[in-house]
Ligand binder design. Structure first.
Ligand code: MTE
Ligand code: MO
Length: 368
């Protein structure tokens, strides 16, 4: 652990208090030892998600970091190791970017047979405006050696995990090329405010396009290494385990799959017959969204209008005006496609740990 980073883990009472705060903000709170809360789709509609409503996913209790003592250590296969204070970070040229984060377990609850882990609905995703220096700039200052293959990011949080006798830290790696070219940021601000403790105060990594497990919170150290990193959250968890003809095939998770979420109307809403505006958001880690198709009352797919400029790393807002609607229980479905040619599938491929469950989102409303 980096010297200077005094770690104090929050108690279970503090996690309970966090759950109350989340419930009051309208989030769905999942019961577990750590903080796991998702945003109901009806609260996801904006270009950015208000911080109070942004989903939370933490494996361990939130570390209480003292920003004045905090340091970011950059070491390993670099020419000039760095030890940066928060003030140093804020003095570096900063970027501000709208980036969508999505938990790899989002949608998991729809898998049959059930996959283990938190039974996320469709709201373990959010979009925020993040501010901080680019990771590539900080790595360039340190000078990555040519024999480096990966960059390992260490969080200040730690605890027990299934199957291991000792407690471990939260750590994840990126290949050097992705660390340099993904647009990853070392963010100290979220939606124009200092990062809240639960989202990684004082500094977190934000990796556009990647499932959010890559976006390490409470970042304290960056190690440039020669060998592939094999940590628990890299190699045991957050790995696809596909069943291909009786053979287990493993693959690391990386970019977010293509997905649309309906944000209006809300499930269970009562609406007048005739016309209805359906709205939502859509994103993909691989490429911009090119179309969203909506089916209302089990009718054929209709092309929704994409709102505003194509989103780069944030989600794309869309809407469709449906008309000629008759009274009764009415099902609405939305399906996204991206520029890389990926179309949201009817049945995402089941995998043992239940990742990338980009099922087509459905909402049922009643027209009268
Ligand atoms: N240090 C640390 N970083 C972390 C995690 C964590 O438990 N510890 N959880 C990861 C996962 S799985 C997700 S989905 C996102 C959640 O970020 P959020 O809580 O800000 O929404 O943080 C990622 N970064
Ligand atoms: Mo996650």
């Amino acid at each position: 652990m980096t010297t200077g980073n005094v770690i104090q883990m929050s108690s279970l009472a503090e996690i309970d208090a966090e759950r109350v705060i989340a419930a009051q903000a309208g989030l769905v709170v999942h019961g577990a030892e750590s903080l796991n809360c998702e945003t109901p789709p009806a609260l996801l509609g904006g270009e950015v998600t208000p911080t109070a409503q942004f989903y939370r996913r933490s494996h361990f209790p939130t570390p209480a970091l003292d920003a004045s003592a905090w340091r970011l250590d950059v070491r390993g296969l670099v020419r000039r190791p760095l030890n940066l204070s928060l003030h140093d970070m804020t003095q570096l040229p900063a970027e501000t970017a709208v980036v969508t984060l999505e938990c790899a377990g989002n949608g998991r609850t729809r898998f049959r047979p059930q996959a283990p882990g938190v039974q996320w609905g469709f709201g373990a995703a959010g979009t925020a405006e993040w501010t901080g220096p680019l990771l590539a700039d900080v790595l360039a200052r340190a000078g990555v050696e040519p024999d480096a293959s990966e960059v390992v990011f260490g969080g200040a949080d730690s605890g027990a995990v299934d199957g291991l006798p000792h407690s471990i830290r939260f750590e994840r790696s990126l290949p050097v090329r992705d660390a340099m070219e993904s647009g990853a940021m070392l963010a100290y601000a979220m939606n124009g405010q200092p990062l809240p403790a639960r989202h990684g105060y004082p500094l977190r990594l934000v990796v556009p396009g990647w499932y959010a497990v890559a976006s390490v919170k409470w970042l304290t150290d960056i190690r440039v290494v020669a060998e592939p990193f094999r940590g628990f959250f890299q190699d045991t968890h957050y790995v696809y385990e596909w069943d291909r003809g009786g053979i287990r095939v493993r693959e690391p998770i990386s970019l977010m799959q293509v997905r649309a979420v309906i944000t209006r109307p809300a499930a269970g809403q009562e609406l007048a017959r005739g016309t209805m505006t359906v709205r939502g958001v859509a994103w993909s880690g691989a490429a911009p969204i090119t179309r969203v198709d909506v089916s209302v009352a089990d009718g054929s797919w209709q092309k929704a209008r994409l709102i505003g400029m194509p989103a780069v790393n944030g989600w794309q807002q869309w809407e469709l005006l449906a008309s000629g609607l008759r009274p009764g229980e009415t099902r609405i479905r939305a399906r996204a496609s991206d520029l890389a040619g990926r179309v949201q599938p009817e049945q995402p491929e089941w995998n043992a740990l239940g990742y990338a469950a980009n099922f087509i989102h459905e909402v049922q409303v009643r027209l009268h």
